[in-house]
Design a protein around this ligand. Structure first.
Ligand code: DON
Length: 524
């Protein structure tokens, strides 16, 4: 069963499962297919994280996050007047050295059973023969129009200056050639030779700083998953350079200090959720960064004892205030999460991203893919918000070769019998962590079906700005009134996060695509 934001990419994974591939083979097939069918976020020009938990108990966390180019400097996005520029989100200076190809190949090599050549065939076929553009892709292109139009991707996605129309067959021969080279020669084909040269040529056209040396040096890294326990189940999630796993486990540990949670949707529940999220985000934004550059206090933040001290600081009937930011928004999508299981119970949870919709807008001419704007995930000016309104500190300042801190939270919940129960994660910047945790709470504490757990109205609090976001219509008026009298600044939004999940149910697996978005859950 595969749940992703692209039905065609889920079908590509199922094709591999049907050929006898395991969940990792299928996840890599889906990942490359998303680079073709979901170019606004699926990618080979970005990066991501993959958490793997095999039915035999082996587990791994693949960190294929982008890194800052060697020529990056701490203040590269600050102008002569000390003001932040938009160069961390638009154009070639925003691009981090891509990790997607290295990461997917490494995951396949360690846990897969099929060759890169074989698992990439569905993606190559989709690029070669094309597929019919749907309204979701057409609308995404319309939203990204001004970003895309200065670059070569315009000729593919804005034919005659207009967003590619629904129903058009999108054939991507340049991308097919790139994918074929990777399938035949392995990831080195991306990091050396003509694909790398084409990427560097795009840098030269647009004042970017990634060199062939940056690409040659890129390494994807195996890490041990963050492991937490929650009411008897075990959570496997992503360690730094993503904050996702540490912060999700920190939140769950605080929730676990209460023997039961108040009813879903009640004032008491919303209060607990908001106060837990706020506390964990303060830690996220001030303490975490790339472990190669800073010492992340992972053990402390994920300890049950620390959770109890944070719980004790929550006032029963009053909102706390986020302190002024001191050292120790809303984004256009795009990131995308996909969840994969096979019949043996192997599970793969992957989140990958270009950061913003269509990344930096840059498109590698001749090689046919968009580049990320992941550099904006750094604290470009510690203490100033990034495009997600995240105010972050020194631990996440820019340095050459450093990974920018992520919120991506690909996670796998394993039950008391050691079997995968829930594979889940999301897109949506900082809302990734809070949405993933809420889906886990909905399943474990509120005993919801997966359909209800994914659909239930979501909340979000990231400490700075000091406000509680809720989905419009998601709180009743009496609850809103009570929360306001407790001191909450409430902020209604249309929707929070974009998750895709698979859950074990009686008789097999159930896949659910984000009800607020598009995609496909496909199994057989
Ligand atoms: O790694 C991160 O946390 C961000 N680059 C994720 C961005 C994102 O989720 C955007 N869209 N949905």
């Amino acid at each position: 069963m595969i749940s992703s934001n692209s039905r065609l990419a889920s079908e590509a994974g199922v094709e591999i499962l049907k050929k006898g591939g395991n969940a990792v083979d299928a996840a890599v097939a889906t990942g490359f297919a998303m680079a073709v069918t979901f170019p606004q976020a699926g990618n080979i020009g970005g990066g991501g994280f993959m958490v793997i938990r095999m039915a035999d108990g082996r587990s791994g966390a693949m960190d294929y996050r982008e890194i800052a180019p060697l020529a990056a400097t701490r203040n590269m996005y600050v102008d002569a007047h000390g003001k932040l520029t938009d160069r961390s989100t638009k154009g070639a200076l925003a691009v981090g050295v891509p990790g997607a190809v290295a990461g997917m190949a490494a995951a396949l090599q360690k846990y897969g059973t099929m060759s890169l050549h074989d698992v990439m065939q569905p993606a190559i076929e989709l690029a070669d023969s094309g597929f019919l553009v749907d309204s979701a892709l057409s609308r995404a292109v319309a939203a990204g129009r001004s970003l895309i139009s200065p670059y070569e991707g315009a000729s593919v996605f804005l034919p005659n200056g207009q967003p590619i129309a629904p129903g058009t067959r999108l054939v991507q021969p340049q991308l097919a050639r790139t994918l074929r080279a990777i399938a035949d020669k392995g990831p080195d084909a991306f990091y050396h030779g003509w694909i790398a040269d084409s990427l560097v040529a795009e840098m030269h056209r647009d004042h970017g700083i990634i060199t062939t040396a940056d690409l040659a040096k890129y390494q994807a890294i195996w890490r041990d998953p963050i492991k937490g326990t929650y009411r008897g189940d075990t959570i496997y999630s992503m360690p730094p350079s993503s904050s996702g796993g540490v912060i999700a486990v920190e939140m769950l540990n605080i929730f676990e200090t209460w023997p039961t949670l108040p009813p879903f949707g009640s004032t008491a529940y919303v209060h607990d959720v908001a106060e837990v999220f706020r506390r964990a985000f303060i830690d996220r934004n001030t303490e975490l960064g790339d472990p190669a550059f800073v010492k992340d206090p992972v053990d402390r933040l994920t300890s049950k004892a620390y959770a109890r001290t944070l719980r004790d600081s929550i006032l029963p009937d009053k909102a706390s205030k986020t302190p002024a930011f001191a050292e120790s928004g809303k984004e256009p999508m795009h990131t995308t999460h996909y969840s994969v299981v096979d019949s043996a119970g192997d599970a793969v949870s992957t989140t990958t991203t270009l950061n913003s919709l269509f990344g930096s807008g840059n498109y590698v001419g001749g090689a046919g893919f968009f580049l990320n704007d992941e550099m904006d995930d750094f604290a470009s000016q510690p203490g100033s918000p990034n495009q997600f309104g995240l105010v972050q500190g020194e631990a996440n300042a820019i340095a050459p070769g450093k990974r920018m801190l992520s919120a991506m939270t690909p996670s796998i919940v394993v039950d008391q019998n050691g079997k995968a129960l829930l594979v889940v994660g999301a897109a949506g910047g900082p809302t990734i962590i809070t949405a993933t945790v809420q889906i886990i709470l909905n399943v474990i504490d509120h005993q919801m079906s997966l359909a209800d757990a994914m659909s239930a109205p979501r909340l979000h609090d990231q400490a700075w700005p000091d406000r509680l976001e809720y989905e419009r219509g998601g709180l009743t008026q009496p609850v809103i009134d009570s929360l306001q009298s407790m001191g909450y600044a409430l902020f209604p939004v249309r929707h929070l996060a974009n998750a895709n999940a698979v859950m074990r149910v009686a008789g097999g697996w159930q896949g659910m695509v984000e009800p607020r978005s598009t995609g496909g859950a496909v199994g057989y």
